[in-house]
Design a protein around this ligand. Structure first.
Ligand code: ATP
Length: 251
C-alpha cells in the first residue's frame, strides 16, 4: 500500500526563477524505507520538504501537482500543523531544544495541553525506548539535552518526533554529522522503526542507501531519473545516468 503518492509535482523557487523539481511522479510505500539520492543540488531536500509542506515557509515558492497522504491531498483543506505531526521530520544537524532530555520529549504533548504526569512519563519512556536511547539516559532525564553526544542528540530528536505518534518520518541526511559508530546506531534504529513508520531519507551516501533502504529514487538536476527496489536500482539500473552515478563516474 502506498502511504504517499506524488503526481506531476513541480516546484519553483524565487517566484518561478528556479524550476527545482520537474514533474516528479513517485509512490512511497507504507512501512518501508525510501532513500532519495543524487548529487548536490538535484532537489532531494526540496522534495522531502514538499511532503510535510516545509517549503511553505520559504518565500517565493510555487508548487503545482499533487501530493497525497493516505489518498488525501496535503495541499488542499489540510491543517498544516496536524500534517507536520503526522509527517515528522529529523534534520541533518540534531536540534534539541535548550531544556532537559525529559522536557524535549514532553514538549509537543504539553503544547497540545497534556499535563497528566503519568501520561507524560509513559510517553517519554516509550519514545526514548523506541529511539534506542532509554538505557543511556534513564538516570539523567532532568539533565540538559545539550550534554548528550551528537549521536544521542539525534536519537533524542527521533524520540521527540515519535512522541507525537507520526505515520511518516522524514530524515534529511540524519547521519552526515555523525561518526561511524553513531551512524550505525541510527541505521539500526531506522531498520526497527520501519516496522511501524514509513521512512523517507535523503542521503549523500550511496552505501547508506544500499544498507538501509527498500526503495531508492535517483534525482539529477530536478528530474527523478529512476526509482526502484534498492537492489535492482544499484545492480541493474535502467538509465545510463543512474549507472554513471552509482558507479561513481560523477557526483
Ligand atoms: N530555500 C531555497 N531558496 C531558493 N532556492 C533553493 C532553496 N533551497 C534549495 N534551493 C535550490 O533548489 C535546488 C535544489 O536544492 P536542494 O537543496 O533541494 O538539493 P539537494 O539535492 O538536497 O542538495 P544537497 O544535497 O546539496 O542538500 C538548487 O538549485 C538549490 O539552489
Amino acid at each position: 500500500m502506498n502511504k504517499i503518492s506524488i503526481k506531476d509535482l513541480n516546484l519553483y523557487y524565487g517566484n518561478g526563477a528556479n524550476h527545482a523539481l520537474h514533474g516528479i511522479n513517485l509512490d512511497i510505500p507504507a512501512r518501508q524505507v525510501t532513500a532519495l539520492i543524487g548529487p548536490s543540488g538535484c532537489g532531494k531536500s526540496t522534495l522531502l520538504r514538499c511532503l510535510n509542506r516545509m517549503n511553505d515557509l520559504i518565500e517565493g515558492v510555487k508548487i503545482d501537482g499533487l501530493v497525497t497522504l493516505d489518498e488525501q491531498d496535503i495541499y488542499q483543506n489540510v491543517d498544516v500543523a496536524s500534517l507536520r505531526i503526522k509527517v515528522g521530520m529529523v534534520f541533518q544537524k540534531a536540534n534539541p531544544f535548550p531544556m532537559s532530555i525529559y522536557d524535549n520529549i514532553a514538549y509537543g504533548l504539553r503544547a497540545q495541553g497534556v499535563t497528566d504526569k503519568k501520561t507524560l512519563n509513559e510517553v517519554v519512556e516509550r519514545s526514548l525506548r523506541s529511539a534506542a536511547l532509554w538505557d543511556e539516559v534513564k538516570d539523567r532525564l532532568k539533565s540538559p539535552a545539550f550534554g548528550l553526544s551528537g549521536g544521542q542528540q539525534q536519537r533524542l530528536c527521533i524520540a521527540r518526533t515519535i512522541a507525537m505518534e507520526p505515520d511518516v518520518i522524514l530524515m534529511d541526511e540524519p547521519t552526515s554529522a555523525l561518526d561511524p559508530i553513531a551512524t550505525k546506531k541510527i541505521e539500526d534504529l531506522i531498520q526497527t522503526l520501519k516496522q511501524k513508520y514509513t521512512i523517507v531519507i535523503v542521503t549523500h551516501s550511496m552505501q547508506q542507501a544500499r544498507r538501509i533502504s527498500d526503495r531508492t529514487a535517483f534525482f539529477l538536476m530536478g528530474d527523478l531519473v529512476e526509482h526502484n527496489n534498492t537492489n535492482i536500482l544499484f545492480s541493474t539500473p535502467a538509465d545510463d545516468r543512474t549507472r554513471g552515478y552509482v558507479n561513481g563516474d560523477f557526483g
